[in-house]
Design a protein. Structure first.
Length: 109
């Protein structure tokens, strides 16, 4: 069991939080301590929470992007994708890519 002091809800209130690690999690944390990567089990919990927070922020960003895309589509700003439109897009991309390559390899005037 890992005991952590954390400020919860109120900035001036510090409460103890107990977190029970699984045997596998504890073994991994101990291995990291022995190797010198971590100082204590609490460091593993802090690192895990930081990774979770990063994942949650990314999830929120993705959901916001989906909401924006759905709103755009609802406003009629969407584009119908067909086999033909994909061929045209691929052809345009190839054409622009070839033009860039040609410009890059042409002698400067």
């Amino acid at each position: 069991m890992v005991r952590i002091l954390a400020s919860i809800e109120e900035p001036r209130t510090t409460k103890a939080m107990e977190i029970q690690l699984t045997p596998d999690q504890m073994a991994i944390a101990r291995q990291a301590i022995v190797s010198g990567r971590l100082q204590a089990e609490e460091d593993a919990v802090h690192e895990a929470l930081a990774l979770w927070e990063e994942r949650e922020r990314t999830r929120i960003e993705i959901l916001a992007a989906v909401d924006r895309a759905e709103a755009s589509f609802a406003r009629g700003e969407g584009r119908t994708i067909t086999e033909q439109s994909m061929r045209e897009l691929a052809g345009d991309v190839k054409k622009r890519g070839r033009a860039r390559l040609e410009a890059a390899h042409s002698p400067a005037r």
